[in-house]
Design a protein around this ligand. Structure first.
Ligand SMILES: [Zn+2]
Length: 200
C-alpha cells in the first residue's frame, strides 16, 4: 500500500476513510456549519462521505452537534445538501473560467462544431436551457467522440464564466484542466445522483 493517509470517520455511515476522500465541514464562529469541499478552511473538521445519504443521516442524528460539542446552525439536511451542490457547481464553473483564461476554451455553435472536426475536446459544456435541437446535435457529437457533457449552467451563466455574451455551448480543449475538472464532475454526479434524475 502507498503511504498512509490520515483517516476520519463519516458522521453518517461511520465508515473510516482517507481524510481527503471525505467531505469536510467546519464550524464558523457563530456556530454555523460550513461545508468545506476543498478541505482548506481553518479549524477542526467534521466529515461525511461524498454522499447525500450520509450527510442526511449525520444531520438527522445530530452528529454535527455531537462532533462540535454544542448546537450547530445548519438549516437542516436539505439546506446543507443544496449548499454543497452549489459549491461544487461554482467550483466546476471556476475551472472553466481558468481554462478560458489559459486560452483553452472555444465557444459558440460554429466554433465548437469546428473544434470537434479538428481535435476532440476534453469536455463539452452544453447550456441547460439550450433548445432541444441544438442540444441534441451537440450531445450527439460529444457522445460519438466520447467527450463528457456538462449541463450545469444556463446560457447566461456559461457566457459569463468565459467573459462573453450568452453561450449555448463551450468546450475545453485537451489540456491539464481536464483531469481536474473530471474529478470535480465525478464528485458532483456522485453527490447529486440518488433520487435526483434531473441532474443525470
Ligand atoms: Zn458515509
Amino acid at each position: 500500500m502507498a503511504k498512509q493517509e490520515p483517516q476520519r470517520s463519516c458522521l453518517g455511515c461511520r465508515t473510516a476513510k482517507d481524510k481527503r476522500e471525505l467531505l469536510r465541514f467546519v464550524l464558523a464562529p457563530d456556530r454555523t456549519l460550513v461545508p468545506d469541499p476543498q478541505g482548506k478552511l481553518p479549524g477542526r473538521g467534521a466529515y461525511t462521505c461524498w454522499q447525500r445519504e450520509c450527510l442526511r443521516t449525520a444531520a438527522a442524528k445530530n452528529q454535527f452537534a455531537r462532533s462540535f460539542r454544542g448546537e450547530v446552525r445548519s438549516g437542516g439536511a436539505d439546506a446543507l445538501i443544496a449548499r454543497v451542490v452549489q459549491l461544487l457547481e461554482e467550483r466546476i464553473g471556476s475551472y472553466l473560467a481558468l481554462a478560458n483564461k489559459a486560452g483553452k476554451v472555444v465557444s459558440g455553435s460554429d466554433t465548437v462544431a469546428e473544434a470537434f472536426k479538428r481535435r476532440t475536446p476534453g469536455v463539452l459544456f452544453v447550456a441547460a436551457d439550450l433548445s432541444g435541437e441544438s442540444r441534441e446535435r451537440f450531445v450527439f457529437l460529444a457522445d460519438r467522440a466520447g467527450v463528457p457533457v456538462v449541463e450545469l449552467f444556463t446560457k447566461d451563466r456559461l457566457g459569463a464564466l468565459i467573459g462573453k455574451e450568452m453561450r449555448g455551448v463551450a468546450a475545453i480543449e485537451q489540456s491539464g484542466f481536464i483531469t481536474t475538472i473530471m474529478t470535480e464532475l465525478e464528485k458532483y454526479r456522485n453527490f447529486v445522483r440518488e433520487g435526483c434524475s434531473n441532474h443525470e
